[in-house]
Design a protein around this ligand. Sequence first.
Ligand SMILES: Cc1cc2nc3c(=O)[nH]c(=O)nc-3n(C[C@H](O)[C@H](O)[C@H](O)COP(=O)(O)OP(=O)(O)OC[C@H]3O[C@@H](n4cnc5c(N)ncnc54)[C@H](O)[C@@H]3O)c2cc1C
Length: 395
Amino acid sequence: MSAAATRKPGHQPPCVHHQLTKDAELRALAEGEFAARVAGWERAGHVPDDVGEHLAATGVLGALVPARYGGTAWTHQRYGEANRLLGTLSSSLQSLLTVHGMVTHALARWGSAEARSRLGELTAGRELAAFALSESVSGSDVRSLTSWAERGPSGWRLTGTKRWICFGQLADVFLVFAMTESGDAAFVVRRDDPGVRIIPEAATAGFRAARLAVLELDRCAVGSERLVGRPGFGLTQVGGRALTLGRLWVAFGSVGLAQSCVQATLARADRAGAAGRRLKDFQLLRGLISDTDVAVRGAHLLAVSAASALDASSEWAVSEVLAAKLAASRAASLAASVSAQVHGAEGLLADGAVHHRLGDARVMEVIEGNTQLVQDLLAEQVIARWRAAPEGANR
Ligand SMILES: Cc1cc2nc3c(=O)[nH]c(=O)nc-3n(C[C@H](O)[C@H](O)[C@H](O)COP(=O)(O)OP(=O)(O)OC[C@H]3O[C@@H](n4cnc5c(N)ncnc54)[C@H](O)[C@@H]3O)c2cc1C
């Protein structure tokens, strides 16, 4: 009996993801008029200045903020799904969810009363937030930060240069990491603070619509209420938690990106190839199609599992997130590369969608922890899990 004959009509595996696909509010992020607008921005390579207003009505900008601070308090599962859906259309726009989510969550959890009182502006999309950790010589190695914050009588003076900030050209609020005499720390810097200069970043092959910026701080003076958490707490707690969340959103965004590449591959492979056969009938191509399918579906399940681990506050949630990030960013690379290959010369058009998605996939293996760093961190977790249950808790 064929697989189609044994399948019950409408059968879906019993997982949270399939409940979420019926969520009309979420579907609106990837369908209809909104989706057409996003696709237009992606083609133009430019997300517009008023993107916050476009997204505000969906509730997605307050998803990681409790209701008492004006948020919509979504589960990790639901926000992950929003990232996946936007990721199918535009990795650039999806990256806004990554960074805005990381910063709003950090401010709700560790921000001063003043920072929390301003969260409503961010959740309503009247302001946007960006994450400013990386520097020219400090990317993966966050401990080598050179940005410095000097304590003064009524606050801090920050000096340094932050690179590669997604949506830095538009952001009103930056979560900036700097060293202090008492250790690493996180600060809120506002666009209009004295000593702030924002410069558009050099063009990148991926995330080309994400309005990347360089943030220059020249003795930028901020009040003591701008400290997020306390010195010595910046990278491990505020940054650490933000990066765990960021990795999960990158995992879901990568799944969405990979799924759109698979769609493009299948459409192209359905066209006539050589000797009167369609490309999808060539055995070697069928191998690429099935390998990609396994990688993408596996990554999606890992992302869903990681989100539910965070929702359940599982002690191994970090390990689940690392596994999801590793698998999903690699699945995106594979799916984008197969798509480019199947498209032949069309896949090499410098300004073509296939090529852009390949660039986006490259970014996924670099940001929020490059592939090799994530492998290293995950190995540590796997070994710790084994130590905790040497008999094999996973069996
Ligand atoms: C499009 C884009 C958007 C970005 N958005 C942001 C943002 O919004 N905010 C922000 O703060 N930063 C952002 N970044 C910066 C990004 O986080 C860094 O590029 C990333 O952390 C890697 O740092 P790096 O480029 O200095 O590379 P490096 O750290 O120098 O790494 C280069 C390579 O060395 C290898 N490597 C590095 N460390 C290890 C290790 N521990 N073990 C084994 N191999 C290793 C890896 O192969 C890695 O790819 C963005 C970057 C890009 C390209």
